[in-house]
Design a protein around this ligand. Sequence first.
Ligand code: FEO
Length: 136
Amino acid sequence: MALITWEETYSVNIREIDDQHKKLFNLINILYDAMREGRDNDVLGRVLSELIDYTVYHFDAEERLFQKHGYPEYKHHKKEHDNLARQAVELRDKFNLDGYGMISLEVLIFLKDWLKNHVMVTDRKYASFLNGKGVV
Ligand code: FEO
């Protein structure tokens, strides 16, 4: 069962970025399934780590586009990225120290909601700007 499902309304009309968002959604669903199936700490830790690493990779990819094309909301957008990346890395550090108990469903839902809202609101703000620069 999927915790989050991709819909066309999430699209920023940039194929590379849409594909990255889809992969992030997929990783959240994989982690959700692993938790529901009671998978061991090694599996959960690997998926959590992949989710966090890919999130950081994705944020860097967006920020490079912003800088390349002079996106005026760069600083505000990067601040949101930095805040989530810091929280996610702290989450991974806690998991590594304390084990399975630190990945609760509540935490996973927080990540899912944060990502969904960020894609729907903050990311969509750059879509028309970058599309106008020929980034599709
Ligand atoms: Fe798609 Fe700004 O993260």
